[in-house]
Structures are given as C-alpha cells and as structure tokens.
Design a protein around this ligand. Structure first.
Ligand SMILES: *Cc1c(COP(=O)(O)O)cnc(C)c1O
Length: 349
C-alpha cells in the first residue's frame, strides 16, 4: 500500500498540539498598514520587523524551481532542523526507534540521541549497495522512520529510486530520503513521488549545489499533512529576514557551477586513481570523492601541514583508511594534486 495513515504515526501530544499563533498569522496586511501588533520597534533598519513565519515568497520561488506545490514544502534552519523535527513529530522518546544506513550522515544519530530514540544501523553492501531486506528485517512495531541518504555521505553513491520507493511501500512508517547532493547526481529526485507515496520525506538543502551553506536553509518535501505537522512544531520565526531575502535573490538564477564541479570530480578521480598509495576511488554522484588509501591518518596529517584540509573518515565503521575529499575549484584541486605528488615521493622512499 502506498498511502499510509500519517496521523496514526504521529506522537499523541503533537496531534493535540495548539501551535503558537504569531501576530502575523492572524493578519498579514499590506504596505500601508500600521503594525502595532507585535511589539516591534517602529524604526526601520531592514530587520526591525519579524520575518514571515510561513516564508511565502521563498516557498513560491522554490515551488517553481522544484515543480511541487508550496504546501508540500517545509523550510528549516538547515536540513538539520528538518531531521530533528522528524523525531519530534513522530518518535516517542524512550520508546520508539528509527533505522538508518551506515556509514551515513552523522546528524541522524545525533538527532536520535538528543531525542532519546534508539537508532538501529544497517550496514551498506561492500560497494555501498542499499540493503533493503536487512532494513526491513530490522524494523519492529515501534520503528517510526527509516533514514536513507542518496547520494549518500560519505560513500558518494545514489540508490535506485525504485528500490527506495519499494521500501516506502512496504514500511508503515516515514521514509526520509536525504538528497543534499542530488544536483550532482544523474539519478532522479524523489520529489516527484511524494504525492503518490505520502510517507516519504525528501530532504534537500541550499547548502551544497546552491552555494549557501552560510545561510542555513534546508528544505523538506512531503505530502501536505506532514508539512503541516512539521510547521506546527517548528519555532515560528525559524528563518530570519536576512536569510529569506538573500535566498530569494540568489534563487533567481539556476544553481551555479554544477557542471564545473562534475567535470572537476572526474579529473580529480582520474588523478587519484593513478597514485600508488590510493587503493580505491569510489564512483561519486556528489561533490566529493571517497578514496581508500594506504594510510589515511598519515596522508591526512601530511595534507593538513600543507594547509589542505580533507575529511578523515578512518574511524567510521566501513570507511577504514578512507578520506573524503570535496571537489574544489581547479586551482584548489591542483594544489591538492601537487601535495599528493610530494607525498608520493616520501611514500616511494
Ligand atoms: C551537507 C549535508 C546536509 C546539509 O545540511 P544543512 O543543515 O542543510 O546545511 C544534509 N544532509 C547531508 C547528508 C549532508 O551531507
């Protein structure tokens, strides 16, 4: 069954919640109104008024870009807020659990722990394949959500949409698909499937391809009921005035530099594969590469001493001796390649 009873999955206290009603909820008004309702300062400085709690203008633009109605869009203070809200809306602390793939993004387990929710990890296959059967085998009647990440951080691969949708169909709970890196992938987003599969929440962000990591705007796409629940629980003014304005301005053009990053990714992967100390470079659907090297800690230290910072994933289960390298500008990548050439000399000796 594709259509689930969403309300039956929601925490009882949230279903009965009376959300905070802001002054601007009750009356929007126009330019000519006198606003004496919110105890703001009347003296204009660009930020003296509270932001729109519903982010209407920004959602209208994102609705155009993503070709999905505004009532299927939630905006948060980074995707991290949306991840946290999944727990707060659906998971009863100390009782419910969620399932996540491993290795994957660290915020799922941080949010699970802060909400006192058990997180069950299911390991990906040797080349990071989605273990759909193992995931289904690990759920029980208290499992409220499955967290998938596609393209996955740190492995870089995207899963087959059909495989993720099949999981959503079989699971009577929420399936979160984190698509932070989808713009760098050849695979389709699942945004087009949220009407049919009402238990799927797709996460995207302005932090990666859109180049707005400093702004902290994450997006969740889901059926209107889920969006309504998340909006009810969020802080009313979770996206500030400056971020809403600047995002709207930067969203007037297309995502910048995607083709540059994708072509540089191929160059970098090709160069890395030539190195005798590089054991494996996995194919990537994202703006980073995961490489297994002979000695991740040693290479990490060598690069750091030269002012080149990569992500050492050696301590992550399944990622032993792996470094995750973000694709930079051509100049930045060349600096990395020069340093790797120097490392090779010390390595051969
Ligand atoms: C970078 C990243 C995000 C983005 O988080 P924001 O809070 O929106 O900046 C989300 N998910 C994954 C897997 C990421 O790697």
């Amino acid at each position: 069954m594709k259509n689930k009873n969403i309300d039956s999955l929601v925490r009882g206290n949230i279903l009965g919640l009376e959300p905070y009603s802001t002054a601007r909820d009750e009356f929007q008004g126009g330019e000519l109104c006198v606003f004496l309702d919110a105890n703001e300062s009347p003296y204009q400085n660009g930020v003296n008024r509270y932001p729109d709690p519903h982010q209407k203008a920004l959602k209208a633009r994102i609705s155009q870009i993503k070709k999905t109605p505004a009532d299927t869009i939630f905006l948060g203070n980074g995707s991290d807020e949306a991840i946290d809200l999944v727990f707060r809306v659906f998971c009863v602390p100390g009782k419910d659990n969620v399932v996540a793939i491993s290795p994957s993004y660290g915020m799922y387990s941080v949010a699970a722990n802060t909400n006192d929710i058990e997180l069950r990890s299911v390991a990906l296959g040797p080349d990071w394949e989605l273990p759909a059967d193992e995931i289904l085998a690990s759920i029980d009647s208290n499992t409220k959500a499955i967290f998938l990440c596609s393209p996955n951080n740190p492995s870089g691969n995207a899963f087959e949409p059909a495989q993720m949708l099949q999981l959503a169909e079989k699971f009577n709970g929420i399936v979160v698909v984190d698509e932070a890196y989808i713009d760098f992938s050849g695979k389709e987003s699942l945004i087009g499937n949220i009407q049919e599969y009402n238990n799927v929440i797709v996460l995207q962000t302005l932090s990666k391809a859109w180049g707005m990591a400093g702004m902290r705007i994450g997006m969740a796409f889901a059926c209107p009921r889920i969006i309504q629940l998340m909006s009810m629980v969020k802080y009313p003014y979770n996206i500030n005035v400056l971020a809403q304005q600047k995002a709207l301005e930067l969203l007037q053009k297309d995502e910048p530099y995607i083709s540059e990053i994708i072509s540089q990714r191929a160059v970098l992967a090709g160069e890395l594969e030539q190195k005798p100390f590089v054991k494996k470079v996995w194919p990537s659907d994202a703006n980073f590469l995961l490489a297994r090297v002979a000695d991740a800690n040693g290479l990490y230290d060598f690069l750091t001493q030269r002012g080149i910072i990569v992500r050492n994933r050696h301590k992550v289960k399944g990622c032993e001796n792996c470094l995750r390298i973000t694709v930079g500008t051509t100049e930045e990548n060349n600096r990395l390649l020069q340093a790797l050439q120097d490392y090779e000399k010390t390595y051969n000796r």
